[in-house]
Design a protein around this ligand. Structure first.
Ligand code: SAH
Length: 392
């Protein structure tokens, strides 16, 4: 018998519509026998079964739901089936990289699994998943036979779950400091043990290909360059030059190596360690201009209260970027803040164009790659959006 939680009256609708979160405010009563991390059945105020998930009273998201079928047991077979289903439709070559499990969007709340060739990198974002690491590791080994499974749960969100950060080997061999992957015919070195996220911005994979349509013969400014994903993509699509800017010297070092690895020109002066917000002003003061500017800043809005401040930063960045573009140039601009909706982002970019005194046309809309699917019942899973604007 599972422990039970009872919802307040009239709080059942989102659960019936399969939203995977139950906020603490919707809960009337929790069985006293249940511990955080345990499986619980969620019932209406009338006692009707709605769904089953795992509990954590410490989090505002008190329950994350796993199944809406009363007859479906959440046992080893359940995890095996969910993992197999998520992996089954990600078609990839032996040396490629993909997100295999995108948490809630794959029916596995709190769990991220990324595959880099023969290595699997796992993030356990919640207490419920953290306790299941041994089972998940065992099932991933049986399903995919990786050379090694490595954990990268060194993320701030674990604090909200009462968890410390954790990283290290979970099974098999420990990955090397640099794992080489192949993407779209290019090679990239990925620092899976210390890099951002699980090492690479897999969510931008399809966009790295798409930007190639805009860069032939162009002088490109690549803002927030990280390890050079867009730099390699642009240079190999015949960009005349790419200046990559990032505040971290370490990532720029890897960016330069990635450009070289693909036999592309990597001049030291094309990798600039600087704060982007001040660097673009410096370029403007020097009257420098570019044909294409890519801007992919980090998540600027972490909470509802930060949206306004983030909007100002996005506007400021895009405004100066537009002023640096030659007539007919392209601004390829992103926001990965889930709280900034596509509609709001477009308004921000519009405001930037107005203040920059430039006309702009949207020629393409971009989003997160298809291995980061958006669950219709969970619109929060959509976070990355981009606009390709032709600026006149
Ligand atoms: N475009 C990259 C991902 C960018 S992630 C890709 O596709 O791989 C954001 C990057 O911005 C990180 O590398 C981080 O080091 C850098 N960054 C964050 N704040 C910055 C700032 N104020 N100025 C310059 N770089 C910054």
């Amino acid at each position: 018998m599972s422990n039970k939680i009872i919802l307040k009256p009239n709080r059942d609708k989102p659960v019936r519509q399969k939203h995977p979160w139950i906020f603490s405010g919707a809960i009337e009563r929790i069985d006293s026998a249940s511990s955080d991390g345990d499986l619980v059945d969620v019932l209406t105020s009338q006692g009707e079964f709605l769904a089953r998930g795992y509990l954590n009273r410490r989090s505002q998201i008190a329950v994350r739901l796993l199944t809406w079928l009363e007859s479906e047991a959440v046992d080893e077979g359940f995890w095996a089936r969910r993992l197999a289903l998520a992996a089954s439709w990600r078609v990839m070559g032996a040396h490629e990289a993909r997100r295999l499990v995108n948490a809630e969007s794959d029916g596995l709340p709190g769990l991220v699994v990324d595959r880099y060739g023969e290595w699997l990198i796992v993030q356990a974002l919640t207490l419920g998943i953290d306790g299941l690491k041994p089972i998940i590791t065992q099932q991933l080994n049986a399903l995919l036979r990786p050379r090694g499974i490595y954990e990268r749960s060194d993320v701030d969100v674990r604090e909200k779950e009462g968890l410390a950060q954790a990283s290290g080997r979970l099974a098999g061999d420990e990955p090397p400091d640099r794992v080489e992957i192949e993407e779209g015919g290019y090679r990239y070195l990925v620092d899976v043990k210390r890099g951002h996220k699980t090492g690479f911005y897999l969510d931008q994979r399809e966009n790295r290909k798409k930007i190639q349509a805009y860069v032939a013969n162009a002088e490109v400014l690549n803002l927030f360059a990280y390890t050079g994903g867009f730099a390699v993509a642009a240079l190999s699509a015949d960009a005349k030059s790419v200046v990559s800017v990032d505040s971290s010297a370490d990532v720029l070092q890897l960016a330069q190596e990635n450009v070289r690895l693909n036999g592309l020109p990597a001049r030291a002066g094309d990798f600039v360690e600087a704060d982007v917000f001040s660097y673009v002003r410096k370029l403007r003061a020097e009257k420098r201009t570019f044909d294409v500017i890519i801007a992919d800043p980090p998540k600027l809005a972490q909470s509802q209260g930060q949206i306004e401040k983030a909007a100002r930063a996005y506007k400021d960045l895009n405004l100066v970027a537009m002023q640096l573009l030659r007539p007919g140039g392209y601004l390829i601009t992103f926001s990965c803040s889930g709280l900034v909706t596509p509609d709001l982002f477009q308004k921000i970019v519009f405001g930037a164009a107005v203040d920059a005194g430039r006309d702009a046309q949207i020629v393409e809309r971009l989003s997160q790659s298809s291995d980061h699917p958006v669950l219709l019942s969970f619109p929060e899973s959509e976070y990355l959006k981009g606009l390709v604007c032709r600026v006149c």
